[in-house]
Ligand binder design. Structure first.
Ligand code: AMP
Ligand code: FES
Ligand code: ZN
Length: 309
């Protein structure tokens, strides 16, 4: 016997949301999802309706769902999409094509930073450096810096990323186990600007699981990438996600509990964790905790390995 949707009571339910004890039809699931995103934006005070919001769109399901849902939730909000082309053969061109398809469909302005054109390097080039087994970690540093740069140039007040509940709860767990309190504090849903003229950073999907993002894209016909980054397999993030998966089996609310407990802890930690004093990077001028920022050090390393330094 098919189960009827718990909201409209007319269509068949296709999605079960265990933590909300709800079974929904695709249409009501899409509405539920948009309301959840709006709820997080409002509960955490992520942006005001007259802010310019830049959404970092990678081509993956999370950030594609985020851009789409923000357009539905706030049709009058000024939203721009920011994409970093990482120069990874085949993968990056595919991601950019999906982002172009999505932004065209939603009529959203797109700003692309192509690291091959702008920096003369590819993420794949990190294989020639000490980061050969940690390409993903070097890539993260490059992306974070480029987001700030793109956001500044596009006049963005608030930069939104698609970090989801699984990502954030997993990284929180890991930072807790290793006692990385300074990094744990940085997982807050709203981070203030690094300095004057920079954007604040928000994570509107912090309460939404990876699986819900996937369903939103599938039911909402939201285009997203069909291939995986060649450097993503077997990383720490994936292993941590497996631990949480096991712990979540008997308790569908487990990840939400992890998130909520850490969100309670962060304000207490902030009082005791010392913040590094920031200076201007001698190369790029961005705020940095050392004379040359992590981004500039990594770019220099690759250029040296390529004989361009
Ligand atoms: P990741 O660190 O790959 O899990 O990505 C986290 C978030 O960063 C995504 O949900 C996007 O919002 C953003 N992001 C990652 N890669 C890119 C990219 N190449 N271009 C724009 N945004 C990105
Ligand atoms: Fe950065 Fe895969 S997207 S290494
Ligand atoms: Zn720098």
């Amino acid at each position: 016997m098919p189960v009827l949707c718990g909201k409209c009571h007319s269509a068949n339910a296709e999605v079960h949301i265990p933590y909300a004890k709800l079974s929904l039809c695709p249409k009501c699931f899409l509405d539920f999802y948009v309301r959840r995103v709006k709820g997080a934006v409002e509960d955490f005070g992520m942006f005001k309706e007259d802010d310019v919001v830049g959404v970092a769109v990678s081509g993956g399901k999370d950030s594609a769902a985020l851009l789409h849902a923000l357009r539905q939730a706030y049709p009058n909000l000024k939203v721009v999409a920011l994409h970093v082309n990482l120069g990874i053969p085949k993968y990056s061109a595919h991601c950019q094509a999906k982002v172009e398809e999505l932004t065209k469909m939603l009529d959203v302005e797109l700003h692309v930073f192509n690291i091959v054109k702008e920096l003369g390097i590819r993420i794949s080039d990190f294989r020639k450096t000490v980061f050969r087994k940690k390409v993903c970690s070097a890539c993260g540093t490059v992306k974070r810096h480029v987001f700030e740069d793109l956001a500044r140039k596009a006049g963005v007040d608030v930069l939104a990323t698609g970090h989801n509940l699984d990502d954030v709860a997993g990284v929180m767990f890991n930072n807790f186990f290793y006692g990385r309190w300074d990094q744990l504090v940085r997982l807050k849903p709203v981070l203030p600007p690094l300095a004057e003229g920079f954007a604040s950073k928000v994570k509107p999907l912090i309460r939404i699981s990876e699986n819900e993002n996937l369903l939103y894209c599938l039911y909402g016909d939201v285009p997203f990438r069909e291939i995986d980054c060649p450097y993503s397999s077997g990383t720490g993030v994936r292993k941590r996600a497996e631990i949480l998966e096991i712990l979540s089996r008997d308790n569908p609310y487990f990840r939400h509990q992890v998130l909520n407990r850490f969100l309670e802890l962060i304000p207490l930690l902030e009082n005791v964790v010392s913040k590094p004093a920031l200076v201007k990077c001698q190369v790029c001028g961005f705020p940095s905790s050392s004379d040359v920022c992590a981004f500039c050090k990594r770019v220099a390393l690759v250029k040296k390995a390529l004989g361009k330094g």
